[in-house]
Design a protein around this ligand. Structure first.
Ligand SMILES: [Zn+2]
Length: 688
């Protein structure tokens, strides 16, 4: 549980290497700029996103199993198709098959066994439900919480909003103030709605969502066999516990400051803070190594939880446990619970209309639980030998541009610049896939037992994470699987990570010109690098320690510039009366703005004053901006836009384009925009 994982978040999957092997790759996307998707009726200086994406948005309606559909999603679907081929081949009965292929094949087969899953119904939950029913003391309650945690109920299972968190989260993390060591961490959790604010906001829509949630809780309890009356009471109890937990939870925006979620203390301190939870028993039962201290991310939460443990009755807690067990298992159970879960999390909150075809859910689930096994076969098939080398070259070009950007920054003093440059020099690059693959051989996988496979795979992952406590940090570890269409910067590792999945069109194309590739993957690399210097990243030093290397004057200058971005994005409307929260999205917006600027600088370096023969009617600079915008083209349902604005640190695609270009004089110049154009901000913001 790393508290500051700064991702690009394009919500997707994919393939680099030999482009002829990428299935269904559209030739038009390969060139980086899709002329057919330009809206000739729109002035790029008035609404650049509409200009670059209008026709695409019109001709690409959101498929029924999604709440959002964008260029990245197309890639994800292409990737899923690759995974499907790998998995179907691996799952075909063949007693001679061994190793990784056998493992992922058997897992996928168990997931595709719909008749078997339906026939077993709720049987997989029964032993655990009986244990919960038998709880007769607070001590037994804590033992059951520890048991469910060790079985991984808190681990999510895929794209739909399924991440349960039973009461709180326990895991391991790199010590924010000692980047060489891994410590234990307990953090807030326990909510079934996406964020604490959902429990308190008094607008009509929020009330409607709460009503929908209460109905969902009742439906789940009825599916578990409760009478209508019993289900209503249980739903009320669960909602009461969650509301109390939400009240003592720290707000999302406050959690963005790493100091607000770092409170290292001894186990005895925690015991004194929250004595009602038998921590000694808990740690033993969950399988945590005996280390003296840990990070209690949000002490007030545990104080509140302590009170609640005393005031809520055992019957309240038993219902709360039953709900979390059902919720966390729902996606892998029969149609009743899986459908109910989709109806609320996928449909009501996420805006999808239909549940995904089973094969898609099963391919994703294999990726979530056995990602570095499936990833081996994926990489073999898709990631060309030159992929890593070409990407590293691009990264070097972006790092060079960022170096020059820092050196010439008008607002920073030399002494802080020196520190910033040292941090930049220390950034490590991880490209494609891990050097050493995770070994899952200790997980027993049975072809006819999906629920059991999932429990065992989750338990393996919990044990793996807890096993890191007290050991040196593994700097080779990846937080994303190879087919993921995404990337991240890790401030505590000070590294950028690019899974093989994102290194292909529309982000990267070996056949496209520099302008298109710098506008695509170049801006993504720039984005991740800039995260090292956003409102969170800047608080970590080159080694990944939380330490202040800024002079007061430079920090004040930074804050002033960041506030400009926060104000700009806070004015952007997501849907209806819901606006973006510029403070929640500050890090991502800083990275979007800095990333595109340094990608532009890298392009100018590559062109070195030369004007290459025109590939079309555009200048290289215009192609750069168009390719960037077109990588973002997206459609959102109202529900998805609302969920995103209220919980996600990334802005909607439109603002990831228009919010950025309107801050760039380079854009104004490239499209000869008059000074009064909407895409030319009078009070343009610039941090990096
Ligand atoms: Zn990001």
């Amino acid at each position: 549980m790393r508290h500051a994982k700064l991702v690009l978040m394009v919500l997707t999957l994919c393939v680099l290497g030999d482009p002829t092997r990428a299935p269904h790759a559209e030739s038009v996307a390969r060139r980086g700029v899709d002329e057919a998707s330009l809206d000739a009726g729109v002035d790029p200086c008035v609404d650049f996103y509409q200009y670059a994406c209008g026709p695409w948005m019109k001709s690409h309606p959101i498929p029924p199993d999604r709440g959002t559909w964008g260029r990245g999603s197309e890639l994800e679907e292409r990737n899923l198709a690759v995974l499907r081929e790998i998995l179907e081949k691996a799952a075909a009965p063949d007693p001679g098959r061994t190793g990784v292929e056998r493992m992922i094949g058997d897992f996928y087969a168990s997931c595709m066994d719909e008749p078997g899953i339906e026939a077993r119904g709720l049987d997989p939950l029964k032993p655990e439900l009986q244990r919960i029913a038998a709880i007769k003391s607070k001590k037994a309650l804590v033992a059951e919480i520890a048991r469910l945690h060790s079985q991984g109920v808190n681990l999510g299972l895929g794209r739909e909003y399924t991440g349960t968190s039973l009461l709180f989260r326990f895991g391991s993390e790199q010590d924010a103030k000692d980047a060489t060591s891994v410590i234990a961490v307990v953090d807030q959790g326990g909510l079934g709605l996406p964020d604490r604010d959902y429990y308190f906001k008094d607008d009509a829509k929020s009330g409607e969502t709460r009503d929908g949630y209460r109905d969902h809780l009742m439906r789940v309890f009825e599916l578990l066999g409760d009478s209508k009356q019993g289900a209503a009471l249980a739903a009320k109890r669960v909602f009461g516990i969650e509301t109390a937990l939400a009240r003592v939870s720290l707000e999302k925006v406050k959690r963005r400051d790493p100091l607000n979620v770092y409170h290292k203390m001894t186990r005895n301190d925690l015991k004194a803070l929250a004595p009602a939870l038998e921590w000694k028993d808990y740690f033993l039962a969950v399988g945590a190594p005996q280390t003296p201290d840990l990070n209690v991310a949000v002490p007030d939460f545990f104080k509140g939880l302590d009170t609640l443990l005393d005031t809520a009755s055992l019957d309240d807690w038993k219902d709360y446990l039953r709900w979390n067990l059902a919720r966390s298992s729902a996606p892998v159970l029969g149609r009743g619970l899986a459908g109910a879960s989709f109806d609320f999390y996928g449909k009501t909150l996420g805006g999808a209309r239909e549940i995904s075809p089973r094969w898609k859910r099963c391919a994703s689930l294999t990726d979530v639980l056995l990602g570095e096994a499936l990833g081996q076969l994926y990489v073999e098939r898709t990631f060309g030998a030159q992929g890593k080398e070409r990407t590293l070259k691009l990264v070097a070009a972006l790092e060079k541009a960022l170096r020059r950007d820092i050196e010439t920054l008008p607002w920073m003093t030399e002494v802080t610049k020196k520190q910033a440059l040292a941090k930049l020099e220390a950034i490590r690059n991880k490209i494609g896939y891990p050097d050493a693959w995770r070994d899952y051989r200790s997980i027993r996988i049975a072809r006819d037992d999906l629920a059991g496979n999932v429990t065992r795979a989750r338990a393996f992952e919990v044990a793996r994470r807890l096993g890191k406590i007290g050991r040196p940090v593994d700097r080779g570890e990846w937080l994303m699987t190879p087919p993921t269409v995404n990337a991240y910067y890790d401030p505590q590792m000070n590294n950028i990570n690019f899974p093989a999945g994102i290194l292909q069109p529309p982000y990267y194309d070996n056949g496209a010109d520099d302008a298109a590739n710098f506008g695509g993957i170049g801006s993504v690399i720039g984005h991740e690098l800039t995260h090292g210097f956003d409102d969170q990243g800047r608080k970590f030093d080159p080694r990944g320690n939380l330490s202040d290397w800024w002079t007061d004057a430079d920090a004040a200058e930074f804050e002033k510039r960041a506030a400009c971005l926060a104000d700009e994005y806070s004015a952007f409307v997501a849907v209806g009366d819901v606006k973006h929260n510029g403070r929640l999205t500050l890090g991502e917006n800083t990275a979007d703005n800095g990333g595109l600027r340094i990608a532009y600088m890298a392009l100018e370096d590559a062109l070195a004053g030369a004007s290459p023969p025109a590939a079309d009617r555009f200048t290289p600079e215009q192609r750069f901006f168009i390719a960037n915008a077109q990588a973002w083209c997206s459609n959102y349902t109202d529900e998805a836009a609302r969920l995103r604005a209220q919980t996600n640190e990334h802005s909607l695609a439109k603002y990831r384009v228009n919010g950025v270009v309107s801050n760039m004089p380079e854009f104004q110049k490239a499209f000869s925009c008059p000074a009064a154009s909407p895409m030319v901000r009078q009070d343009a913001c610039r941090v990096w």
